[in-house]
Design a protein around this ligand. Sequence first.
Ligand SMILES: [Zn+2]
Length: 140
Amino acid sequence: MEELVAKTELEREAARLERELQDLEALLAEERERLSALSPMPVYWRQVRCGKACGGCPHGPYPYLKVKRDGRWRWQYLGKGWQPPEGFARPRAFRKALALYHALLKRKEELLERLERAKEVLRGWEARGFIWGVGAPERP
Ligand SMILES: [Zn+2]
């Protein structure tokens, strides 16, 4: 019985994390619009793979500008070490919004990780036939 309570609690936790992620996605979309509005050039939002087996790929989306350098189009990341190109009337407002956006992205990755862990434990319990009352589950 105690195991059943633990499973229900974990399912509730997973549902709560999913709701929080949905809210966060909405907030991130709003912030992307705000950042785009602050930029005099079109901002491109790109998902990025980090190249490690991190389990959370792709990351982002992160903001980029398309700039022509030496006659070729290149992606310019709007992030660390970024100097606002000419035309950014409010670079400080942009930087501030960008910092907030990155903080939200970080929170999203944390939530995704926790949700994945909760789901893994639930899957493990079900695979061992726990829902039929066979076998004792491990504590998460
Ligand atoms: Zn990654």
